[in-house]
Design a protein around this ligand. Structure first.
Ligand SMILES: Cc1cc2nc3c(=O)[nH]c(=O)nc-3n(C[C@H](O)[C@H](O)[C@H](O)COP(=O)(O)OP(=O)(O)OC[C@H]3O[C@@H](n4cnc5c(N)ncnc54)[C@H](O)[C@@H]3O)c2cc1C
Length: 311
């Protein structure tokens, strides 16, 4: 993940997290057709340079978790239902170990894509039809995509004067970059250019084998022997993508006013990146939307006498 947008950069600076520039020195490779050898071109300097977080995006999550009161995070827990009560919201939580529990709150912030809320959470009462339609029509940026990582002992492509950046019209990977970590663990990653349904039909093993073969075509025979490969298909993740996301969608538009008008207005605030008026869909949008949601909820709580805020 590369960091783009001021809000993301500002948060990284605020949390004092080390970031480093995306490696882009060296030639880039373009694979135009299967019957032609890949072409090599001098790379262009990136302006502004894309930045990556040392430790990956998870470092940001870990830093945000640090100051939360103990016990406030519940992992492996899915909100299946939200019900408005006289003085708040009752959330039905399904745990992956099969346990069910009810959580009561006066204010709820849903930091998830609106499309997922519409598909995965049952609301009582249901949001107004036009609100629900807006949630369903808001694409979750990048949700239809899948990434492949190949991990190596050393970044041998750099030694050959290659940046690790490649574009391909042959596939299966269409865009490849150097993914070597800040600590020097060498890796390449690429976006799979095959649609979600075809990926599911092909299966992970066949797809990975074709990707590694392509890496060897582009970066040479050493690329045929990664130490390990990683595959993540977001379209297959039910808390990221819905059936609407199986096909490539446009970029979300977070502007356009209130996301929870009607019965839920005073109790539920959306904070998914897609709901941000700026940088919607990006990590920066998630930061903006969360800050805005926290402000809204803090003001509401400040306006309510303490004894009434206990749901
Ligand atoms: C392949 C890919 C590449 C990307 N590359 C970039 C990039 O280079 N730069 C960039 O800025 N952004 C990138 N993004 C986008 C970035 O990941 C998102 O903008 C960001 O993750 C949005 O954060 P969020 O908190 O709004 O939602 P999410 O990160 O989607 O988090 C929502 C969380 O809520 C959970 N959840 C959902 N429903 C429920 C429920 N009912 N109950 C409990 N939990 C639930 C989900 O499991 C998830 O953990 C990329 C995204 C993808 C998929």
């Amino acid at each position: 993940m590369v960091l783009a947008g001021h809000a993301a950069g500002d948060l990284v600076a605020e949390l004092d997290l080390p970031a480093f520039g995306q490696h882009s020195e060296g030639d880039v490779v373009f694979e135009r057709m299967s019957r032609e050898a890949p072409h090599r071109f001098p790379g262009m300097r990136q302006e502004p340079q894309s930045m990556r977080l040392a430790g990956g995006t998870a470092a940001l999550i870990r830093a945000l978790m640090r100051d939360l009161p103990a016990g406030s995070l519940h992992f492996e827990a899915r909100v299946a239902r939200m019900r408005l009560t006289g003085n708040g919201v009752e959330l039905s939580v399904h745990r992956t170990d099969g346990r069910r529990e009810t959580v009561r709150a006066t204010q709820v912030i849903a930091a998830a894509p609106p499309r997922i809320l519409a598909a995965a959470v049952q609301f009582d009462p249901a949001p107004e039809p036009q609100t629900l339609r807006r949630w369903q029509d808001t694409p979750t940026w990048m949700a239809p995509h899948a990434k492949v990582f190949a991990i190596y002992d050393r970044p041998f492509w750099r030694e050959a004067g290659l940046s690790g950046t490649a574009q391909s019209m042959v596939g299966p990977l269409v865009e490849i970059h150097d993914a070597t970590t800040a600590s020097g663990r060498a890796a390449l990653f690429g976006f799979v250019g095959i649609g979600a349904q075809q990926r599911a039909r092909l299966g992970q093993d066949e797809l990975l084998a074709a990707c590694v073969e392509q890496l060897a075509r582009i970066f040479g025979p050493e690329a045929a022997h990664p130490r390990a490969t990683l595959y993540k298909d977001w379209a297959a993740d039910p808390l990221t993508a819905t059936t609407h996301d199986l096909f490539s969608a446009g970029h979300p538009d977070g502007s356009g006013g209130e996301w929870t008008p009607g019965p839920w207005q005073e109790r539920l605030t959306l904070a998914g990146s897609e709901t941000s008026p700026r940088e919607a869909g990006y990590l920066a949008g998630a930061v903006e939307a969360s800050r805005r949601a926290a402000d809204v909820v803090a003001k509401r709580l400040a306006a309510v006498p303490a004894e009434m805020s206990r749901g």
